[in-house]
Design a protein around this ligand. Structure first.
Ligand code: SF4
Length: 348
């Protein structure tokens, strides 16, 4: 039987496992303290646990992390890692140093089946879901790197490779672990899950009682454009998506953010801005405009700065809170999925 990686154990499940082994429930919190607060990855060093139980832990459990396969560091402090998992699969994770803290962008799957036309990650089909410990491991490894500078990960976005709601349970357990006060204690308001618009996932997430942020990759103001960019739109067209957003806003009592990648001559005209205002009127949503990072594999180009500004101003003038995403890592492979895609090309 293969060993269970404790980095993927959500606290209530860990408590249950301890009880089943004849241990007290508090063992779970004790283990969390060692693993996350004291950053110990060896059961042998857990000195307040009996030798006998440490032997049992060594026999049945592991605390292994993904390995750093490649590391890129930008002049602006952005760190991009290609991590190798136990089965040899590789995933990307990135750290962006904002003024307010260090935000990590984690992957939730190996590859992605959503096939968004502008995305380097979607070029490589989904191989499998990431296990919870493999998502937690991305934050753990980044924290180890930041420790040298006396810093820590303070914000998490599940926006790397993969569709989080296509790996729902593992992503939820990941959120519960990083949010736990004895683990990374990352505040719910500092955690964002980003979906390409899986309507059943949004409806389900509305009932999790999470104070986290939900971002929806919208990228188009109508089905016609969205169908060309995001195949998911055929399964869940915009009227269904907007219904789900309103449902989420009501049930979860949280606002969503619409992500909108600005693609030159595709979705960046004032007519698109006008349609967008009409589409999202009636929601409390924010819009985040994203300057596009072109990749070699497609012909999309980034919108001119002037167009982004005009689009932004139009939304603001029509009462929609809008931001333009700050850019990071322009001197490294900045686009999501680029590092892994390159690696695959090079190794074939
Ligand atoms: S943008 Fe996200 S959902 Fe779409 S293909 Fe890329 S990783 Fe998948």
């Amino acid at each position: 039987m293969s060993k269970i990686n404790l980095l993927g154990c959500e606290i209530s499940k860990l408590e249950q496992m301890m009880i089943e082994r004849g241990q007290k429930k508090f063992r779970a919190t004790q283990l969390y303290t060692w693993i996350y607060e004291k950053e110990t990855l060896s059961f042998d060093d857990m000195s307040d646990i009996s030798l006998r139980f440490r032997e049992e832990l060594n026999r049945d459990f592991t605390l292994s992390l993904p390995k750093i396969y490649k590391k890129q560091e930008s002049k602006d402090g952005t760190i991009k890692l290609l991590l190798e998992l136990e089965d040899g699969a590789k995933v990307e994770t990135a750290l962006m140093p904002y003024r307010y803290g260090n935000a990590i962008c984690v992957s939730s799957q190996v590859g992605c089946n959503m096939a968004c036309a502008f995305c380097a990650s979607g070029l490589l089909k989904k191989q499998r879901n990431l296990e919870t410990h493999e998502i937690v491991g991305q934050v753990y490894v980044m924290n180890q790197l930041l420790k040298e500078k006396g810093e820590r990960v303070s914000h998490v976005v599940v926006m790397g490779t993969g569709e989080p709601f296509d790996n729902y349970e593992n992503v939820l357990d990941f959120i519960r672990i990083i949010n736990h006060p004895k683990a990374f204690a990352i505040g719910a308001r500092h955690i964002t899950v980003s979906t390409c618009g899986l309507v059943p996932g949004i409806m389900r997430y509305a009932h999790e009682g999470m104070q986290t942020n939900l971002a929806i990759s919208l990228h188009a103001p109508n089905d016609e454009i969205r169908n060309t960019l995001m195949p998911i739109s055929k399964a869940y067209p915009l009227d269904k998506l907007m219904e789900a957003v309103k449902y989420y806003e009501k049930e979860a009592d949280r606002r969503v953010t619409f992500e909108y990648i600005m693609l030159k001559d595709v979705n960046d005209t004032i007519e698109c801005a006008r349609q967008l205002v009409k589409l999202i009127r009636g929601t409390k949503a924010y819009v985040n405009l994203i300057p596009y990072n072109p990749v070699d594999e497609n012909s999309f180009r980034r919108s001119d700065e002037e167009n982004v500004h005009r689009f932004f101003s139009y939304l603001m003038q029509h009462g929609i809170t809008t931001t333009v995403r700050k850019e990071f890592g322009n001197d490294i492979d900045a686009a999501c999925g680029q590092l892994r895609a390159k690696e695959q090309h090079e190794s074939h």
